[in-house]
Design a protein around this ligand. Structure first.
Ligand code: SF4
Length: 401
């Protein structure tokens, strides 16, 4: 991120903080926080069991269940499902970003159209397609910059005015969607015992994607919770912390493909919605991750509070998983080296992210543990060796002239 983008990001964070202040002091949100913390901790402790239950329940509900051990497995499963199409549609999803699906499919000549406004802007920004916030991916781009990106990539002049930009992108995406019959989304929470997935959104784009012939839902095993009531509690808390509102405009609960029994109670498939719903459940290192690293509900509050993220932006993090928790999880999703390169040693261990986290993820403790293990593989700032040698030899961290 350049200086201008960092400035815009900080100003967007400030607006978000102002919007959230009232709701975060509401006693209802406090009790929801306690409830969800317990749900998330218990669910991560029982992740394997929930996975087995969900597999059976999805199949009972007519949802095809697939399991991917690695990111590569996930890409290949999805490719088998979409090969033969030249364009497919997608909504915002950190899990899809994690497995590098867009680039992979592009190399196979399959275009992905981003349907979320912020994601579409970031996608058009070919110079740097990294998001700045899990819910507001383009909040680091000011309006003049967005107008410039649109001019450069779509070749049209647009007034630097929010509604004009929104209308232009909306029409552009709708035109592309006419060519798509496969929609790929993530899910915010998954109810194992009900075989249901919840996807929250404000724009209505998920509803469009879930009406396509095939709806593919890509989700990590860490999103599993026992029941639909638990899943709703999780997404309500996520919404409050991420946007400062009590509820999103839409919560799509997907529990099967489209069907009707309106004629003599005979079951008929393929009414208006998806003919096929396919879940791609991804492990990709999660089952070996530190449990507390998986409590996250994806609200992005940690990065708003983080002094390092505010100073350097999305250099500190891994793809859509931003800030300290993002660098930490990248050790498990990718490697020690990835975690080191994503800023494991940039964290100040101040603990502000834990104070702001609705489920109290102990990010600084996690980072301390991971630094200890990652340095054993040779990934640590080499200047530390020099400092330690100076202390041993000179009794001071500084080298004598
Ligand atoms: S502990 Fe690290 S990740 Fe958390 S707010 Fe402080 S600097 Fe950021």
């Amino acid at each position: 991120m350049d200086k201008k983008e960092l400035k815009t990001m900080r100003s967007s964070f400030q607006k978000l903080d102002e919007r959230r202040i009232e709701i975060l002091h509401d006693p209802r949100i406090h009790s929801l926080m306690e409830k969800v913390s317990k749900i998330r901790k218990d669910s991560i402790d029982n992740m394997e069991e929930l996975l087995e239950i969900s597999k059976i329940k999805f199949q009972d509900n007519g949802i095809e269940f697939t399991y991917a051990e690695t990111a590569e497995d996930a890409r290949n499963i999805i490719y088998q499902l979409v090969k033969g199409y030249s364009i497919i549609a997608k909504s915002k999803s950190n899990t899809v970003g994690e497995i590098g699906l867009s680039q992979f499919l592009k190399e196979k000549d399959i275009d992905i159209v981003e349907t979320d406004l912020g994601d579409r802007i970031v996608q058009l920004n070919y110079k740097d397609q990294r998001p700045a916030h899990p819910i507001g991916p383009a909040l680091h781009l000011n309006i003049d910059k967005i107008a410039e990106i649109i001019h450069d990539t779509l070749g049209v002049e647009v007034e630097a005015e929010p509604r004009a930009i929104m209308e232009l992108i909306k029409q552009d995406v709708l035109k592309e969607l006419e060519l798509c019959s496969v929609g790929i989304t993530g899910a915010n929470s998954v109810a194992a015992e009900d075989g249901s997935l919840i996807i929250v959104h404000n724009e209505g784009n998920i509803s469009l994607l879930s009406m396509m012939d095939t709806h593919i839902i890509v989700v990590g095993i860490d999103k599993l919770v026992p029941t639909i009531e638990d899943a709703i509690s999780v997404v309500k808390l996520e919404t409050a912390y991420a946007t400062g509102t009590y509820l999103p405009s839409y919560m799509n609960i997907i529990s099967g493909p489209s069907k009707t029994a309106d004629i003599e109670k005979r079951l008929l498939k393929d009414m208006y919605g998806a003919k096929k719903v396919i879940v791609v459940m991804i492990d990709n290192g999660r089952s070996k991750a530190l449990k507390e690293c998986l409590w996250c509900i994806g609200c992005g509050s940690c990065i708003v509070a983080c002094p390092v993220y505010n100073a350097v932006g999305n250099e500190f993090g891994f793809r859509g998983y931003l800030g300290g928790r993002g660098t930490a999880i990248s050790k498990f999703l990718e490697s020690d080296e990835s975690s080191y390169n994503n800023g494991l040693f940039m964290c100040t261990l101040c603990g502000l992210c834990t104070l702001e986290c609705p489920v109290s993820t102990p990010t600084s403790d996690i980072i301390e543990k991971l630094r200890f293990s990652v340095q054993k593989s040779g990934f640590y700032p080499k200047i530390h060796t020099q400092i330690s040698e100076n202390i041993k030899k000179e009794g001071s961290p500084f080298k004598k002239e």
